[in-house]
Design a protein around this ligand. Structure first.
Ligand SMILES: [Zn+2]
Length: 184
């Protein structure tokens, strides 16, 4: 994870190819500011109304323009270097945050994909569990049926055994009967 203590450190060009996400590198800035578009923006109104749609509209142009060659419209002197520095840093901050946003979106997309796969697997497993539970139910019924059959057979065997025992005792108790032969 390139996130440490809530700060994001993007993989540089040295680590390129390690992941599927492109390496981070600040873009070059060649186009001058679009003064006509800028003069049409009422920054105070954007601020008051929280007009993020207007920000989105100017995000690209403001972040990736270069004001290095701009001159003072009054004396044609170079722009205030400290103000230029402030603008450049703000542009780099925005570019970095845009990259973090893209990185997090990609991460989120991957995680959503994994979640969908896990949910599909869970559904498959739930179906399998239901099917197996049905099988268990069937086997339990079969088991009960057989137990009943076995106990019935056992009762029959016991009844036969006691019948034979009684018969045997009766036979043993009977006085000896001669076979009727005259030779005795
Ligand atoms: Zn000036």
């Amino acid at each position: 994870m390139p996130f440490t203590e809530r700060a994001y450190f993007p993989a540089g060009a040295a680590a390129a190819g390690a992941g599927t996400f492109p390496a981070f590198q600040f873009r070059g800035r060649h186009e001058g500011p679009d003064w006509r578009r800028l003069s049409a923006v009422d920054v105070g109104r954007v601020w008051r109304e929280g007009d993020v749609a207007a920000l989105q509209e100017h995000l690209e142009h403001v972040t990736f323009c270069s004001a290095e060659r701009e001159r003072c419209p009054h004396c044609q002197g170079p722009a205030d270097p400290l103000l230029l520095k402030l603008l450049r840093l703000a542009q780099l901050c925005t570019e970095y945050l845009l990259h973090s946003q893209e990185y997090l979106s990609a991460q989120l997309g991957g995680l959503e994909e994994a979640l969908r796969a896990a949910q599909a697997q869970r559904d498959r497993l739930a179906e399998e569990v239901a099917q197996r539970a049905q099988e268990v139910k069937g086997l339990k019924e079969e088991c009960r049926r057989r137990k009943k059959m076995i106990s019935t057979q056992q009762m029959m065997l016991e009844a036969r055994a006691s019948y034979h025992q009684v018969r045997g005792e009766e036979l043993a108790a009977r006085p000896p009967v001669s076979c009727g032969s005259e030779s005795h």
